[in-house]
Write a protein that binds this ligand. Sequence first.
Ligand code: ZN
Length: 86
Amino acid sequence: MKILISADMEGATGVTWPADVLPGTPQWERCRSMFTSDVNAAVLGFFDGGADEVLVNEAHWTMRNLLLEQLDERAEMLTAGTSPSP
Ligand SMILES: [Zn+2]
């Protein structure tokens, strides 16, 4: 089973104010790790549920929000200006 997650930042844990999703603000920086944790929870759930591959599409603004170094290493990711990573 192949899974595609399209992850947008609005609605992520901790996001309560427009500045929370505005790249470059301190509030956005604070919310990036919670956004990444939310995506990791989904990735974990899909793998636990039998997924063979999980592809995460960054869907917010410039597509440069998730913290790559904290993303579940089993997931592949589409982000701005790149193709799927191994
Ligand atoms: Zn968004």
